[in-house]
Design a protein around this ligand. Structure first.
Ligand code: MN
Ligand code: MN
Length: 311
């Protein structure tokens, strides 16, 4: 498999700061050419607080030039095991949220029809909803969500479609099986004590950060694996699951979060799961001029790629 052309630019020949800015320095590709489609969704029309996640894909591409070929723990290169390419950005209209949901869904339906699995850089967390609409129409999937927030509210400002509601809509629309869904890292004051009632009643397993700290990475991930089983599952990683000291560039930060190391370790423990796709959302580069948050996002996408590639 390593003879295929979908290899990162050789950084011994072209320095990391040179050349086109694609995900992990991979070639641009059409979905039918690859096993894993790296995609950006430059949309933050669902953000209820600070915006800027529309700039996430471009800056994550830039910072992903630091991603190297071989995972240092497994000794394996995902680029030898599968074909991965940069399939560009989903089409969006920054002034029309509902039209954007439709155009994003259509783009991912093409990826699915081509037989590729998407690995996405958001965008705000609403962008996960049209992805799930494209991937999970036939049967509900399992979901592992890393996040400070449950994102199962009913509406904000009279709108049912924003980055606080995607997983409520996904459950209502039959895209996600709530009994095969786990949220990890949830925390922060809420506006009403009943805010978690929908998720709890539906059967979603909510692991608050306090429980995570008490039990640790391995124990929580063993439970996550038991909940999703070996059936099709989607993984959604909101960068605000991390403590803002690790990832300050995000629209709705919550202190008291997990570390970058814990996030890496948890993603690695997804190895062997039946992942139909994954995303990394809510990186807002204008809120972190240092680039750290985008670098963290890009590096977690590499961890996700390694898991999706099977090592
Ligand atoms: Mn979220
Ligand atoms: Mn969040």
């Amino acid at each position: 498999m390593s003879n295929h052309p979908f290899q990162p630019l050789d950084s011994g020949l072209v320095p990391r700061f040179a050349g086109p800015s694609t995900f992990m320095r991979l070639p641009m590709a059409r979905p039918e050419e690859v096993d894993i489609a790296l995609v950006g969704i430059p949309f933050d029309g669902g953000a209820t607080n600070r915006t800027g996640a529309r700039h996430g894909p471009r800056e994550i591409r830039n910072q992903s030039s630091l991603v190297r070929r071989v995972h240092h723990v497994t000794g394996l290169s995902p680029f030898d095991r599968i074909r991965a390419g940069d399939c560009g950005d989903a089409p969006i209209n920054p002034l029309d949220l509902m039209a954007s949901l439709e155009s994003i869904e259509a783009f991912y339906a093409e990826i699915r029809a081509a037989g590729a699995r998407p690995l996405t850089a958001g965008g705000d967390h609403l962008t996960t909803l049209p992805i799930l609409r494209a991937l999970a129409k036939q049967a509900p999937v399992g979901l592992v969500q890393f996040d400070a927030h449950s994102d199962t509210y009913d509406s904000f400002f009279g709108s049912r479609y924003n980055h606080g509601t995607p997983f409520r809509r996904a459950i209502e629309e039959g895209l996600v099986d709530p009994r095969r869904m786990i949220q990890i890292g949830i925390r922060g004051a809420i506006s009403d004590a009943a805010n978690y009632d929908f998720a709890r009643t539906a059967g979603v397993r909510i692991v608050f950060i306090e429980e995570f700290m008490a039990r640790g990475v391995a124990d929580v991930m063993a439970e996550a694996r038991a909940i999703i089983g070996d059936k099709p599952t989607y993984l959604s990683f909101d960068i605000d699951a991390l403590d803002p000291s690790f990832a300050p560039g995000t629209g709705t930060p919550e202190i008291g979060g997990m570390s970058s190391r814990e996030a890496q370790a948890m993603i690695r423990l997804m190895g062997g799961a039946h992942l139909i796709g994954a995303d990394l959302v809510e990186v807002s580069p204008p809120l972190d001029p240092s680039g750290l948050t985008a670098l963290t996002g890009a590096t977690l996408m590499f961890e996700l790629l390694c898991v999706m590639a099977g090592g």
